[in-house]
Design a protein around this ligand. Sequence first.
Ligand code: SF4
Length: 242
Amino acid sequence: MTGQRTASEPSVLTDIALEIDPVEVLRFQGYKRDADLPSAEVRRLFDEALALGRALMEPRAVVCWLAVTRQDRDLLEASGVALRIPEIRQRWGAVEQVIAALCTIGDRLERRVAELWEARELPLASMLDSVGSGAVESLAEYVNDVLCQQGIARGLKVTNRISPGYGDWDVAQQRELFRLCPADAIAVGLNAACFMTPVKSISLLAGAGPAARVDHYFSQCARCWMRDCAYRRVPAGHTVHR
Ligand code: SF4
């Protein structure tokens, strides 16, 4: 049950040149950043899964900019939908707009993972699943960077993304987020337990405004590919754009 949608002017992103961060993939495999070095065998498995994953993933996103009609300490309201997010005023400062977005890499990769499990090709199945998890995380960062680029064109600062179910934002608020964004535009579903399908999907919310607080947990510029951006705050490291 997704409720009635009240979003306006959604835009769909499909032409996405997504880069997958190997460190992120290995983190899903249990490797700690900078501490554990994968063996040659693991690297070979990773390369195989990465090539397979790149061929199977179909990254796409839908994005909706909405005017904020009310903001309190723990509340944002837009299009008649109340988003109850603990300490959101302190995290983001004053925002004039919220951006609700859904992104997915589609279901082809997870179907291949299921086939590999069935065939008892467990190491490759596990690594391919981690490639999918790394890909959708990169995709969410990619979308966050696009939002910042769109914000600059509008003269607005854009915050980091947050998602229902992370930190102390109740996962049940997925329903409200889905009311703001047309999930059918990218064929993403939400079940009664608030799990999305395809599984490798992420819903996110960002805020925007002249006084919005940026980089509240991560410098957005660190993975952004806009090399000559006049507003860049830190140098780009490993970007999410191929
Ligand atoms: S470089 Fe930083 S400020 Fe510029 S568009 Fe990218 S994320 Fe935004």
